[in-house]
Design a protein. Structure first.
Lengths: 337, 355
């Protein structure tokens, strides 16, 4: 078991390392393809005419004239051990590890921007996931057990609606009803869970519902399909033949088997969601990672884009790692070797 | 308005003296293609300590019958009618909760493929223990003790260790032994073994059958052995029901059915069985044709499309009149229009020499 975890952990580190190389290379291509000095993508303007000695001097100070592997090494070294960054005009900023770079436009370290945005995205993803798991699994199970009956039709129609309706539709409607008409959640702005839990909850409820609605639909269908298959298995017949109550047959024998494959999908969904809730964050005015990535792309703020990309990728890799380990725990047939 | 609490279903019915008595059992499944008559008018009795074999091709209604006895069709779309009496209690009309207390306790089932019949995510011990604890209010520890004893009884070596193994860590024979332990954990008086040896190799088959026989004597249980292996039936059963197209076409003692069979289908079954005590023939004789569709059951005798002797019956009655199951000797019932004398003659002169 320990060896299994260590091997998976090592695998995850390798994947992250490759991701960091790809991220680095892709973003080196941008200045190259647009024939713009990389200085532009770092400080947002080119203070000197192209090809002028002053610009060369600036590029030299940023280290853009170094070979790519060396630049990559500086970047990686900064992430691992921190680095000192100069903006070229004499200001020197020390950026402690993990240093993902420095946004000259916002005059803030990228790590600071991300540590502000990350909890928002995490709250959003985890809260919504809890809701959609509860909703999706119960609707899916009820549908499977009453196949073809009213509950099934209702549940699956709702699921179809949930999959079809985009968040930029359901989100504003939720806002309209609960914030403006009913005034149940008026003017809530995000507060971190540590500073004001009640306010945090109030600000998160609607985004959770909007996001969960979308995913609950997916999980309801998945649960229903798995459950229908499982309830036809021989071991369910055995469980009934033992004289177990229906409830026990469904929950302990049916759901246990039907939900196991969902663990995999769930882990990947949550990992991916952390960096990609752009629309939800935009609709509900939350400053999460999605919002940060969109605004940095609009500003062509390269250090921030790279930082967010790396963090989002890390979230996916970490969740995958957790799923792998968890799967070996929930399915005894998976061997640790 | 007063509410009548008297059970209106209650009508005077004669409670049979037999331990298990199935009478005119019908299990029909409505489907989009029509009504599937999986079991259509089946009757048989089993006493404690006795073994009844139910034989027939795939789809002849053997397993559906066993599931009907267990009430496993309750809550599905299947329509079950007729009567099933177990120890003086009627089961077809019984409520699900009533059936639940009988399942596993009074009657238990051994399934065909123990790998798929056991839950892959729970240990073998936990699954058997669960079967015990539903019906017995005992501590986890006491249940474990009892399960380990039972695993030992069915011949699983090192039972205390194997308790914590998962089904996939058992071999096929061990799994079947564990299934038997699960079935026997509450000492049931009725044991239904649904093709218990099909998935096993021959040496293990013999051990498993031996084991079932042993525990039957120990608990004085009635056993129903569902199989398409006639050799198994000849060796273990007291009486036999031959099923074809959801109906019983011949029933009697093992000697009746194996040495004095009268129904052409039973002849065919015997002819298709390899035998070691006779001289080897060129090849086995298969029964021509396909098993009948259970939706469009042939008019007259169910077996008529495959029967070679329909010309012996006047007025094409094989194709128009559904034959009754008639006793040709005490306890030996045959569903066939051919004259009994003539049947015996054909068997003695034409069939037996070729077996």
């Amino acid at each position: 078991m320990i060896r299994f975890i260590i091997r998976r952990l090592a695998g995850a580190v390798v994947v992250l390392w490759i991701v960091s190389i790809i991220t680095f290379v892709i973003f080196q291509l941008a200045p190259l393809l647009s024939h713009t000095s990389p200085v532009y993508y770092y400080i947002g303007k080119i203070p000197f005419p192209p090809h002028s000695p002053q610009l060369r001097e600036l590029e030299h100070r940023f280290g853009f004239d170094l070979p790519l592997p060396q630049q990559y090494w500086h970047w990686l070294h900064g992430i691992l051990f921190g680095q000192t960054i100069t903006n070229g005009t004499g200001d020197v900023v020390h950026c402690t590890a993990p240093c993902l770079g420095y946004s000259f436009r916002l005059n803030t370290a990228v790590t600071t921007l991300i540590t502000q945005a990350f909890p928002v995205s995490l709250s959003l993803a985890v809260g919504a996931a809890t809701l959609w798991l509860l909703g999706g699994i119960s609707i899916g199970t009820a549908s499977a057990l009453r196949r073809g009956k009213f509950i099934d039709r209702l549940g699956m129609t709702m699921a179809l609606g949930g999959v079809s309706l985009p968040i930029f539709f359901t989100g504003p409607i939720l806002l309209l009803v609960f914030e403006y008409k009913l005034k149940w959640l008026p003017n809530v702005s995000y507060q971190s869970i540590t500073s004001d839990p009640a306010q945090w909850l109030r600000s998160m409820v609607l985004p959770w519902i909007a996001l969960a609605f979308l995913f609950a639909a997916l999980y309801a269908r998945l649960t229903r399909a798995n459950m229908l298959e499982t309830m036809g298995e021989d071991f369910i017949r055995t469980a009934r033949a033992k004289g177990l109550s229906r409830r026990r047959v469904v929950v302990k024998h049916g759901l246990r088997a039907a939900l196991t494959p969902i663990v995999t999908i769930f882990g990947m969904d949550i990992g991916q969601l952390i960096g990609t809730t752009v629309i939800t964050e935009t609709v509900f005015n939350l400053r999460g990672l999605g919002w940060l990535s969109i605004s940095s792309i609009q500003q062509q703020d390269l250090p921030v884009i790279m930082g967010v990309t790396l963090v989002a990728a890390t979230a996916v890799v970490v969740m995958n790692l957790i799923v792998d380990i968890l799967y070996a725990v929930v399915d005894p047939r998976v061997s640790y070797t | 308005m007063s509410v009548d609490v008297v059970d209106v279903r209650e009508e005077p019915r004669d409670v049979p003296e037999r331990f298990l008595s199935v009478r005119d059992l019908r299990v029909h499944f409505p489907t989009d293609d029509g009504l599937v008559k999986a079991v259509d008018g089946l009757s048989f009795d089993v006493e404690r300590g006795q073994t009844l074999g139910i034989v027939g091709e795939s789809g002849s209604g053997k397993s559906v019958t066993s599931q009907a006895i267990f009430g496993l069709h309750k809550g599905s779309r299947a329509r079950v009618s007729g009567e099933i009496w177990l120890n003086g209690q009627e089961l077809v009309a019984a409520h699900e909760s009533q059936m639940r207390s009988l399942r596993g306790q009074e009657m238990a089932m051994i399934f065909q493929d123990p790998l798929s019949a056991m839950h892959p995510f729970y240990t073998v011990g936990a699954q058997i223990s669960e079967a015990y604890r539903v019906h017995n209010d005992v501590s986890r520890k006491a249940a474990r003790q009892r399960v380990v004893e039972m695993l030992d009884r069915v011949g699983i070596p090192d039972p205390d260790k194997r308790y914590d193994d998962y089904p996939h860590q058992f071999s096929g024979g061990m799994r079947q032994r564990a299934m038997i332990a699960m079935a026997l954990i509450c000492s049931p008086s009725l044991l239904i073994a649904d093709e218990p040896t099909t998935a096993l190799d021959v040496t293990v088959q013999a051990q498993i059958l031996e084991l079932i026989k042993d525990v039957q004597t120990e608990f004085d249980s009635a056993v129903i052995l569902i199989t398409h292996d006639l050799g198994v039936v000849a060796e273990t059963c007291d009486s036999v029901v031959v099923m074809y197209g959801g109906q019983c076409v011949e029933r009697g003692t093992v000697d009746d059915v194996f040495y004095r069979p009268e129904m052409p289908y039973a002849w065919g079954l015997l002819g298709s069985m390899p035998r070691m005590d006779r001289q080897r023939q060129q090849r086995l004789t298969p029964i021509q044709g396909q098993p009948p569709s259970l939706i469009q059951v042939p008019r007259g005798c169910v077996f008529n499309p495959r029967c070679e002797y329909t010309h012996l019956v006047p007025e094409r009655r094989c194709f128009t009149v559904h034959p009754e199951l008639v006793d040709t000797a005490p306890g030996h019932g045959v569903r066939c229009h051919i004259d009994p004398e003539q049947r015996r003659e054909i068997f003695t002169n034409e069939i037996r020499p070729k077996l």
